[in-house]
Design a protein around this ligand. Structure first.
Ligand SMILES: [Zn+2]
Length: 207
């Protein structure tokens, strides 16, 4: 299996092809590849991304069948089932890179900000479970001057939420901690821009 750094370079290169409209033919859903991966999969990266219809990981990274193990959930939150999915993929298939992929204008972040500014009483339990996961990243920002600037608030909240999810994966699982210490597994945050199509990776050591 390729290293985390090599996996990161592969994603960067794929995103560059996506942005420059030079998508590679091998990323297409070709029959030969389907038959090959039906026998066994070896995804080189795990992506925990938002469910937003505009941020499909395989497309924005220009990857094909069998390349990425993707978990998508509104707000790219980390709850038990997300940790379990990452543990499963990292242990079973051996990819060394996990990317927490958030994006600009995230609706889950917006909903959390709205909820914090004006709590609604009839929010469903299901939606509340997502807002509750995002809330700790957003709440401290509302105590700063950012509260007067809705656009900047969302921008910073998106990034804080990505960092929080990455940290939860790094420290919320003994299985993943062990793979990080002994197998070169790396968890990095990244933000996709809906406006430009560019994915910006955060520094994996400090974010
Ligand atoms: Zn989103």
């Amino acid at each position: 299996m390729i290293t985390a750094q090599a996996a990161l370079e592969r994603l960067r290169a794929g995103n560059l092809r996506f942005v420059s409209e030079a998508r590679s033919p091998e990323a297409n859903v070709i029959q030969a590849r389907r038959i090959e991966v039906a026998l066994a999969q070896a995804p080189f990266a795990i992506i925990l991304g938002c469910s937003d219809s505009r941020v499909p990981a395989e497309i924005i990274f220009d990857q094909g069948l069998g390349d990425l193990f993707v978990i998508r959930v509104a707000g790219n939150i980390v709850a038990s089932s997300q940790i379990g999915s990452v543990e499963f993929a990292a242990s079973r298939y051996g990819p060394r890179l996990v990317v927490v992929l958030g994006h600009s204008q995230c609706g889950a972040i917006g909903a959390t900000i709205e909820e914090l500014q004006q709590a609604s009483e009839n929010q469903s339990r299901g939606l509340r479970s997502i807002v509750d996961r995002v809330r700790p990243s957003v709440q401290p920002l509302l105590a700063t001057e950012l509260r007067h600037d809705p656009e900047a608030l969302v921008h910073h909240a998106v990034r804080a939420n990505i960092r929080a999810s990455a940290n939860q994966l790094r420290h919320g699982s003994s299985v993943l901690e062990n793979l990080i210490q002994n197998n070169g597994l790396r968890v990095v945050g990244a933000e996709y821009s809906l406006e430009t199509g560019v994915v910006e990776f955060f520094d994996g050591s400090t974010d």
